[in-house]
Design a protein around this ligand. Structure first.
Ligand code: NAG
Ligand code: NAG
Ligand code: NAG
Length: 397
């Protein structure tokens, strides 16, 4: 606690100390959004508008590439002098201690940050964060991940909210890395209702942060659309509280109803019954988001090349998700060689051989036979490098 108070005090002293920054920003009558870019309006009208070369500035001072600068310069083209962006950069590096590479990333993501109003916007919001107990280092790591959050009136409130929901700053940082809108969406109108709904579905909000990169998008989704996605998930027979509910919901929230229906029809076309299709989706919801071409390619390979039947695949739907090029085909070739030489001595089923990790497969089926079949490692490596033409050659053998 004492440490926390010290941090708050230290940072607020820094923030309040007379700055060495040119305070060129005169008070403006415009709205907050305008205020952030007020420097342009406060310049003397006689000064030449071309005295600030935005593109060069972005390259030489912010570390952007020329191509990035061309794009970014449009967002700051109204600036007529470097005093405001200089002050912003000095604040980021001098006061917050953001490393220059991270400043470059921040400006690339959000060039308008250079037009932020330090006194009216940036400093008060940073002060609020330090009052919430965030250290300077924590603030310095958080802001570059969500630069626009500094312009959001929700920033302080949202951070307080998420610290409470997620339990730690590290978890918050991880979540913001995946969805920067967590700091800018309205907690009352959007996030809180969504979290309530997700919890009613049996999901663990804190656990979802680590689950996959799309999960956190559910938190800031338009609540009506989230509600719809939940309903569609249930319509597919995935029950609230089921182990796969969260994953299915994420996929469905990213897939239009039309696309999902088409995927289902495609699976039906292969000959799976409606019940089997629903079971497939319950167990491998990600299939709904895969392209028709991908699913078709896997089905063709598994049935024609490997010779599996429909019901075998239906009971192991993840087979449809593996990469043919990088996993199914190379392993198939390798096992075929061993089988033809009468060396394959395993009771392992097909599914097991493809679901093994690459490391285990390599040890068990490649390295273990290298003595018996010289060149086997190279052979496998060449198949893994994924040349489509090899497939044809193999079938002609
Ligand atoms: C700077 O960015 C790198 C890469 O994203 C990150 O690992 C590092 O933690 C950042 N440093 C700070 C102080 O935020
Ligand atoms: C939710 O997930 C977090 C992190 O994965 C875990 O620590 C916590 O115990 C879980 N809570 C419940 C109620 O399952
Ligand atoms: C369960 C729940 O709270 N759902 C809410 C999600 O957000 C929308 C919009 O606020 C509400 O209408 C839902 O009730």
């Amino acid at each position: 606690m004492a440490l926390h108070r010290f941090r708050v005090l230290a940072l607020s002293l820094i923030l309040r100390s007379p700055t060495s920054f040119p305070s060129s920003q005169a008070p403006s009558l415009f709205s907050l959004g305008r205020l952030l870019c007020s420097a342009a309006t406060t310049e003397s009208p006689v000064s030449s508008p071309s005295s600030f070369a935005a593109e060069d500035y972005l390259v030489s001072r912010c570390g952007l590439t020329r191509a990035q600068a061309v794009k970014a310069s449009k967002r700051i083209s109204h600036l007529t002098s470097r005093s405001q962006p200089d002050a912003v950069l000095a604040f980021l590096s001098g006061i917050l201690g953001v490393p220059s590479a991270n400043i470059t990333a921040l400006i690339t993501l959000d060039p308008s940050f250079l037009c932020s109003n330090l006194e009216r916007t940036v400093k008060p919001r940073i002060t609020k964060l330090s009052e919430l107990g965030l250290s300077r280092e924590e603030i310095a790591s958080l802001i570059p991940l969500s630069p626009k959050s500094i312009r959001s009136r929700f920033l302080g409130r949202n951070i307080e909210f998420w610290l409470k929901q997620l339990g730690s700053f590290d978890k918050l940082l991880q979540a913001v890395r995946m969805n920067s809108n967590l700091l800018t969406s309205d907690t009352d109108k959007v996030i809180a209702p969504n979290l309530t709904l997700l919890r009613q579905c049996g999901l663990n909000v804190s656990g979802m942060v680590a689950a996959n990169i799309y999960s956190t998008r559910l938190f800031t989704k338009n609540p009506k659309l989230l509600q719809e996605a939940v309903e569609r998930t249930e319509e597919l027979g995935v029950k609230r509280g089921a182990r796969m509910f969260g994953r299915a919901l994420v996929v469905i929230s990213l897939t239009t109803k039309v696309a999902a229906t088409r995927r289902i029809q495609l699976l039906r076309k292969f000959g799976f019954s409606q019940d089997v299709v629903l079971e497939i989706i319950r167990r491998a919801p990600a299939l709904l988001a895969m392209s028709d071409q991908k699913i078709q390619g896997n089905m063709d390979f598994l049935m024609k090349d490997v010779g599996l039947d429909l019901s075998y695949i239906g009971r192991r739907p993840t087979l449809l998700m593996y990469s043919v090029e990088h996993r199914l085909f190379p392993r198939h070739c390798l096992l075929k060689v061993l089988r033809e030489k009468g060396l394959l001595n395993t009771k392992m089923g097909y599914y097991k051989t493809v679901s093994l990790s690459e490391k285990t497969f390599l040890q068990k089926f490649v390295l273990a036979y290298e003595d018996n079949v010289p060149g086997l490692v190279d052979y496998y490596a060449s198949k893994c490098s994924g040349k489509a033409a090899d497939k044809v050659a193999l079938q002609q053998k």
